[in-house]
Design a binder for this molecule. Structure first.
Ligand SMILES: Cc1cc2nc3c(=O)[nH]c(=O)nc-3n(C[C@H](O)[C@H](O)[C@H](O)COP(=O)(O)O)c2cc1C
Length: 166
């Protein structure tokens, strides 16, 4: 097996500036709503590496080996069975990638009613991580602020040592 097949580490789409505090991994289809949300958040300026799950099967697989929060759009037209995009399922089916997920943020369209953002519920239950936030389509400026601040708090707490060390 070549190095690529066994899972060479992937580089981030946007590399954290300064000290790295954590990472996000996102998927976005051809409509690019989630990609626009992620771009507008400028996570890399806060010390957060940004990785993108590839859209096409021919693209090299993404292999992430640092703690990350997943940002995922919901698909499936209200059917829970298809709500998580195939590319995201494939990414999480790799035990190496799955080991580092720490939380999930989902997007969707509220027209889907009870199916709104259910990809977040499904991944949260399967991977046993918190469903941290949901937003509609490409999000609002309020969503951007909430997610940026939420991730900063989350990754800062995750890096604090347990106990006071005395
Ligand atoms: C075929 C299709 C099915 C969808 N199914 C759902 C759904 O079940 N629940 C939901 O909340 N949003 C659903 N959406 C809305 C998408 O999650 C939303 O448009 C999202 O912003 C797409 O992100 P992307 O452009 O980054 O791929 C669906 C959209 C499409 C095109």
């Amino acid at each position: 097996m070549s190095e690529t097949q066994t899972g060479a580490l992937s580089g981030p789409l946007y590399e954290a500036q300064g000290e790295t505090i954590g990472a996000i991994v996102f998927f976005s289809s051809a409509s690019e709503n989630t990609a626009r949300f992620v771009d507008s958040c400028h996570f890399q300026d806060e010390g957060i590496n940004v990785y993108r799950i590839p859209l096409r099967p021919k693209d090299p697989a993404l292999n992430v080996r640092e703690p990350y929060v997943l940002i995922v759009p919901t698909y499936g037209g209200g059917s829970a069975h298809k709500a998580v995009p195939t590319q995201v399922k494939q990414f999480l089916n790799d035990p190496g990638n799955r080991e580092y997920i720490r939380g999930v943020i989902a997007s969707g369209n509220s027209n889907f009613g009870e199916g709104y953002c259910i990809a977040g519920d499904i991944i949260s239950a399967k991977c046993k991580v918190p469903f941290m936030y949901r937003f509609e389509l490409m999000g609002t400026p309020e969503d951007q602020t909430a997610v940026r601040q939420g991730l900063l708090d989350f990754f800062s707490k995750a890096r604090q040592p347990v106990g006071d060390g005395v």
